[in-house]
Design a protein around this ligand. Structure first.
Ligand code: AHR
Length: 523
């Protein structure tokens, strides 16, 4: 049995009262995992932007996946697929990051505006060396965001662009004053500014974004940020490679006197099954792969907390948001597909790790103000896969749909004690959880059992919640750990009703099946 760090910290912080209560309760709950939620102690809001997305000009994320052009036989609105829009609305996407990723630092936005037949083509040198005809540009992206009801988050080109180019992009999109940029926008059919709040200043500037040193990048960041100012944007600095804490420290330290220039700091973390050089298949995996995928996902919490500790040191007032704008599972591409297109299937394993990530982000909502899973459609851990005119909603899609209840809800402090998930001679904490209270006073508890074989008996002790009178549950689960949804077949993984729990005296007893994600809602 293990005590998670969260449990220990919270217990130590709240002193003997909680400790006494817990040990007293231990006798009667020995065989159960135990979750204690303080329902009246919530103060942080789980930003809905934690449930954000990322759409890069990469493989078939944009072209084919989101955008098919007006002349396509696939039903569309101004070139954007209707079926994808309708599906995405189900998960209430809060924010979409675009146009990259690595692509962003090769992208010159003026190539993607104006009449389509006059837009120049470029080569997408980062992803597959394919021709990019620029038919999906700023107007089309912002149209997509309006169609699905998401906030846009634009990543400006620092690696191969200029300060003026970035400043003009912000002005084109955000200004309502008369200027050459706003006149150009109007000529291109958009009278009113879009008021885009979120802007990234480069992407992975340590690598594909220009191979910079942290000092050099921070100086450049200050220059770009100074002039990217139309509409008071929320500007996000590029983070370092994982786990480069020197980069983080340099950026935070050197911008300390310029707090008005930095509102967010970006952090990327991917789960590779056994490492960058051994990513393994998205569908053909065994328990060894399952265990290591869980392990490498859980490492993210440690990384996040190390970043938060540095941010607390350099920004004790908690003014800079940690923006986890790329995260997710990165497996080997599906056989026969372009290795530069990063197309992978998505199984129950992806649903379980998505729940782990989202529970971690929820529980760090004080500092984490946005997170964007990589990526939206057809790339890496996607929400949706497309094949010609067909679409598939992935297991990860259903986690996002289920977790909508946490959008902008109040985070509830939670302590988790659980049995380990053991594989060979290795162990991991078997249970992940987070909880929130929504604006109607409903408490939502997310529970995720990462053990692929053993169900769990869990006692959830809701303190300070008042008398509970109604409850309901939903679950994502499947008989096989590598179950997935495929084109033209009925779904193997989606959301089902869950009723294997009982509520008595504000204690919820749950039989949590192996490899499952559950949300229990209580009022
Ligand atoms: O999401 C794929 C790539 O991963 C992004 O373009 C880049 O930022 C990261 O390295």
């Amino acid at each position: 049995m293990i005590f998670t760090k969260r449990f220990l910290w919270a217990s130590l912080a709240s002193g003997m009262i909680l400790m006494t209560g817990l040990y007293a309760a231990e006798g009667k709950a020995k065989k159960s995992d135990r979750v204690v939620i303080n329902a009246d102690f919530g103060k942080e809001v789980i930003s809905k932007f934690i449930y954000g997305h990322f759409a890069e000009h990469l493989g078939h994320c944009i072209y084919g996946g989101i955008y098919v052009g007006e002349d396509s036989s696939i039903p569309n609105t101004r070139g954007i697929r209707n079926d994808v829009v309708e599906a995405l609305k189900e998960i209430a996407p809060s924010v979409v990051r675009w146009p990259g990723g690595c692509f962003a630092d090769t992208y010159h936005w003026k190539d993607g505006i104006g009449p389509k037949d006059q837009r120049p083509s470029i080569i997408n040198t980062t992803w597959g060396g394919v021709t990019e005809d620029n038919s999906f540009g700023t107007h089309e992206f912002l149209d997509l965001c309006e169609l699905i009801g998401a906030e846009p988050y634009i990543c400006a080109n620092v690696g191969s662009g200029t300060v003026q180019e970035a400043a003009e992009w912000v002005e084109y999109v955000n200004s309502d004053a008369k200027s050459p940029m706003t006149e150009l926008r109007k000529k291109n059919g958009r009278e009113e500014p879009w008021h885009v709040k979120y802007w990234a200043v480069g992407n992975e500037s340590w690598g594909c974004g220009g191979n910079m040193t942290p000092d050099y990048y921070t100086d450049l960041y200050k220059r770009f940020s100074t002039y990217m100012r139309a509409g008071r944007p929320y500007r996000v600095a590029s983070g370092g490679t994982d786990p480069d804490f020197e980069w983080t420290e340099t950026v935070l330290k050197k911008t300390q006197k310029y707090r008005n220039l930095i509102q967010g700091y970006s952090f990327h973390y991917y789960t590779f099954c056994h490492g960058w050089n051994d990513k393994s298949s998205a569908t053909q995996f065994d328990e060894n792969d399952w265990f290591h995928t869980m392990k490498n996902t859980l490492i993210m919490e440690e990384r996040l907390e190390s970043h938060i500790a540095l941010m607390d040191e350099y920004d004790p007032q908690n003014r800079i948001g940690l923006i986890a704008d790329e995260w997710g599972n990165w497996f080997t591409v599906e056989p026969g597909t372009n290795p530069g297109f990063l197309y992978q299937q998505n199984t129950l394993r992806d649903a379980v790790t998505a729940a782990l990530y989202l529970n971690i982000f929820n529980n760090h909502a004080r500092r984490v103000k946005m997170a964007n899973i990589a990526q939206f459609v057809n790339v890496l851990q996607a929400m949706i896969l497309t094949k010609d005119d067909q679409i598939v909603k992935t297991p990860t899609f259903y986690v996002f749909k289920m977790y909508k209840v946490h959008h902008d809800a109040t985070l509830l402090p939670i302590d988790v004690r659980c049995e380990d998930y053991a594989y060979e001679d290795m162990t991991l904490p078997g249970l992940s959880a987070s909880a929130s209270k929504d604006k109607d006073g409903v408490i939502h508890v997310s529970l995720c059992n990462i053990d692929p074989h053993n169900s769990k008996k869990i006692e959830v002790d809701l303190r300070g919640s008042g008398k509970l009178s109604s409850s309901s549950g939903t679950i994502i689960n499947a008989p096989d750990m590598n179950a997935y949804n495929d084109f033209g077949k009925s779904e193997n993984v989606n959301i089902q009703k869950f009723s294997s729990f009982s509520v008595k005296n504000n204690v919820v007893k749950v039989d949590l099946p192996a490899k499952s994600v559950v949300i229990i809602s209580l009022k």
